[in-house]
Write a protein that binds this ligand. Structure first.
Ligand SMILES: NC(=O)c1ccc[n+]([C@@H]2O[C@H](COP(=O)([O-])OP(=O)(O)OC[C@H]3O[C@@H](n4cnc5c(N)ncnc54)[C@H](O)[C@@H]3O)[C@@H](O)[C@H]2O)c1
Length: 258
């Protein structure tokens, strides 16, 4: 297990799924974690479950003042901000042809602008206080490939990869690393449809490692990116998808010679 003693992390979208699992593992690794979300009940319950090394804070990542407050809260509560996970997301399924401007804007505000604002707020504090850090954006398989009927989500997820690479280059001189993870099919409240065994099995079948992912599959890699073991890794984009994004040729009729 990586050692994150004395490290403080802000996790956006931390009340659920991949964010929640990352919060749990960050505290297990000896760190302290601010769980940020707009869904208060599970966020508070998770903070209570983790104990004294965590605190819940209601904040909406699309609000610049709220992101700045989250940094102040982390510093006042636990002494610093060393790591950030940008996991908060909003989804609006459907064809782009039918997507309302309101839904388009909200997806961008939460997924893209939220990642920008939270990273900017934390990085400003790190730079002003002479601290290094590690920030991770959560993109998606859908950020690598067009995700049918989720075009706005897919566009946001592609953009957060480039956003991380830009911050990484801009802040490398300060020792602030910024990376991106691209999960594949992961069982969380966001993917509640995977509770259907047929869908879950179908997704496992098209995945070379023959199973769908669990939140800890993603959190394990995020812990590495937060740790000193990845101190030479920045501007990287890591697919964590059981190989599914590299297996497209396996799914072409007539392409198997077995
Ligand atoms: N589950 C998957 O299969 C999968 C696959 C690829 C990528 N991802 C990405 O992983 C990340 C986490 O997804 P998840 O599956 O854990 O989802 P989830 O729905 O379990 O958690 C998302 C959390 O974000 C919070 N949130 C929404 N709007 C917010 C806002 N404005 N401010 C703060 N918090 C807000 C929600 O309340 C929720 O707790 C997302 O960025 C998602 O796109 C998930």
């Amino acid at each position: 297990m990586v050692n994150l003693e004395n490290k403080v992390c802000i996790v956006t979208g931390g009340a659920s799924g991949i964010g929640a699992q990352t919060a749990i593992q960050f505290a297990e690794a000896g760190g302290k974690v601010v769980i940020g979300d707009i869904n208060d009940e599970p966020g508070e319950a998770l903070a209570a479950q983790i104990g004294a090394n965590s605190a819940y804070l209601h904040f909406d990542v699309s609000d610049p003042e709220a992101c700045a407050r989250a940094v102040t809260f982390a510093v006042e509560t636990f002494g610093s901000v060393d790591c950030v996970l940008n996991s908060a997301v909003r989804m609006a399924p459907g064809a782009l042809r039918d997507l309302s401007l309101q839904d388009w804007n909200r997806l961008i505000e939460v997924g893209l602008t939220g990642s920008f604002l939270m990273t900017q707020a934390a990085g400003r504090w790190m730079i002003d206080n002479g601290r290094t850090g590690s920030i991770v954006n959560v993109s998606s398989l859908g950020g690598r490939h067009p995700y049918g009927m989720a075009g706005a989500y897919s566009t946001v997820k592609a953009a957060v990869i480039m956003l991380a690479r830009h911050f990484a280059i801009e802040w490398a001189e300060y020792g602030i690393r910024v990376n991106t993870v691209c999960p594949g099919h992961v069982e969380t409240p966001l993917t509640v449809y995977m509770q259907d065994p047929v869908i879950k099995q179908g997704r496992a079948d098209v995945t070379p490692l023959k199973r769908v992912g669990q939140p800890n599959d993603i959190a394990n890699c995020i812990m590495f990116l937060f740790s000193e073991e990845s101190s030479y890794v920045t501007a990287a984009t890591l697919d964590i998808d059981g190989g599914v994004s590299s297996s497209i040729m396996n799914h072409m009729p007539g392409r198997k010679w077995d």
